[in-house]
Ligand binder design. Structure first.
Ligand SMILES: *Cc1c(COP(=O)(O)O)cnc(C)c1O
Length: 359
C-alpha cells in the first residue's frame, strides 16, 4: 500500500532528492566516499557549500546587501543568537506573538536583554493573526515576527507589507513556499527540516550592517564570526547541507519559488475545501483569513471520533495527522515536498469518514 505522510517536521524530502542521495551514497562523484566522509575543507564539499549558498541567493533573489549563513542549533539557537547579537545598550527588542514559536523566541530574548511583546494574537487562542499596526521607534533593537505558525496553522498572507528598519522573521515553516522581497528584512532564519531539507542546519539571511562583532558574545554565537569564515568557522553539518543543496536544486528544476506557491495553494485548497463543505463535521482551527498554506489544522465537531479518525487514516496509509498537543485535533503539514495527490487522498478519506460517521 502507498504510504502518505503529513508530519510537521522533520518530514518527507522530495523523492528525486532521496534517489540521488541513494545513488551517491557510497561513491560521491567517483571518489569512493560518501560526501560526509570528505573533509569540510576539501574541494568536493566546498563546491557543495558554495552551490547551496548561490542556490539560496538565486531562488529567493537575495540582494548583495545580505549574506547567507548555514549554522547549527536549529531555529531555537536563533531565538538566543538574535538578542545576543542585536540588542545593544539602550535598545529594546520588540516581538509580535502569534503562536508557541514566537512565544519561545520572546521568552529567550527576555533572558538576554530588554525585550517587549508589542502585539499579540493570544486573545484569539492564536486562531487569527492580529492587526499589524506597530509603529517603529528609534529605541527598537528590532521587530521579530513568525511568518508561519506551524502549530496553530496560521500564516501572514503577505510578507511584503511589514515595514520596520530592522525586521526579523522566523520563516522555519514557510521559507521557499512563496515569493517575497528579502530586502524588507534585516534577518531571516529557518531550520531546514520543514521546507529546505533534513534537520541539523539552519539557513540565515542577514543584512550585512548587522554583522558586528561584540566582545561579550562567544565566537561560536557571533554572526560576524560565522560570516567572516563563510559558515566554515567550525565543522559544518556536511550531510545536512549536501541534502539541502539537493532540495534547492529540486525547487529550481520544479520551476522555482513562484511555482511552489502555485502548487501549495492548490494543495491547501483541496484540504480546506473538504473542511468547508463538511457542515461542521470538520472545523478549521485557524480563521479563514489567517489560514496557512503549510499547516492545515482542524478538529472534529464530535471529538469522541478523534481516535477513530487517526486509526482509520492509518489503515488507509495516511500518517502524521495528529495535531500538536497544545491545540489537539489534527494537522496536515503540506510543505513543498508533499505532492498534490497526497492532499487529494486525504480529502477523499475525510469525505468517506464523514459519510460513515456524520449522521
Ligand atoms: C519547527 C520550528 C521551530 C523550531 O526549530 P528547531 O530547529 O527545532 O529549533 C522554530 N520556529 C518555527 C516557526 C518552527 O516551525
Amino acid at each position: 500500500m502507498k504510504r502518505i505522510y503529513f508530519q510537521a517536521g522533520p518530514t518527507t524530502l522530495p523523492k528525486e532528492v532521496m534517489e540521488q542521495a541513494k545513488e551517491e551514497w557510497d561513491d560521491f562523484q567517483g571518489t569512493g566516499l560518501n560526501i560526509m566522509e570528505h573533509s569540510h575543507r576539501g574541494k568536493h564539499y566546498e563546491d557543495i557549500h558554495e552551490q547551496a549558498k548561490s542556490r539560496m541567493r538565486l531562488l529567493l533573489d537575495i540582494p548583495d546587501t545580505h549574506d547567507v549563513l548555514f549554522l547549527q542549533g536549529g531555529a531555537s539557537l536563533q531565538f538566543a543568537m538574535i538578542p545576543m547579537n542585536l540588542i545593544s545598550q539602550g535598545k529594546t527588542a520588540k516581538y509580535v506573538l502569534t503562536g508557541s514559536w514566537s512565544e519561545k523566541a520572546f521568552k529567550e530574548a527576555k533572558r538576554i536583554g530588554s525585550s517587549e511583546a508589542v502585539i499579540t494574537g493570544k486573545d484569539s487562542e492564536y486562531r487569527t493573526l492580529p492587526k499589524m499596526d506597530y509603529v517603529p521607534s528609534d529605541s527598537d533593537a528590532y521587530l521579530h515576527i513568525t511568518s508561519n505558525n506551524t502549530i496553530y496553522g496560521t500564516q501572514w498572507q503577505d510578507l511584503n507589507t511589514f515595514t520596520h528598519p530592522t525586521l526579523i522573521a522566523d520563516m522555519s515553516s514557510d521559507i521557499m513556499s512563496k515569493p517575497f522581497s528579502v530586502s524588507n528584512y534585516a534577518l531571516i532564519y529557518a531550520g531546514a527540516q520543514k521546507n529546505l531539507g533534513p534537520s541539523g542546519v539552519t539557513a540565515i539571511i542577514i543584512r550585512k550592517d548587522l554583522l558586528q562583532d561584540h566582545e561579550n558574545v562567544p565566537s561560536i554565537l557571533s554572526y560576524a564570526v560565522h560570516a567572516k569564515n563563510k559558515s566554515l568557522y567550525n565543522t559544518p553539518p556536511v550531510y545536512s547541507i549536501y541534502l539541502l543543496n539537493l532540495v534547492l536544486d529540486w525547487v529550481d528544476r520544479s520551476g522555482g519559488v513562484a511555482e511552489m506557491e502555485v502548487r501549495n495553494k492548490k494543495k491547501a485548497d483541496v484540504i480546506y475545501n473538504a473542511i468547508d463543505r463538511s457542515n461542521g463535521f470538520y472545523n478549521g482551527y485557524a480563521t479563514p483569513e489567517s489560514r496557512s498554506l503549510m499547516n492545515v489544522t482542524f478538529t472534529l465537531g464530535n471529538s469522541d471520533l478523534e481516535k477513530q479518525f487517526i486509526k482509520e487514516s492509518e489503515e488507509n496509509g495516511i500518517y502524521g495527522l495528529k495535531g500538536h498537543r497544545s491545540v489537539g485535533g489534527f494537522r496536515a503539514s503540506i510543505y513543498n515536498a508533499v505532492p498534490q495527490e497526497s492532499c487529494e487522498s486525504l480529502a477523499e478519506f475525510m469525505d468517506h469518514f464523514q459519510e460513515k460517521y456524520g449522521k
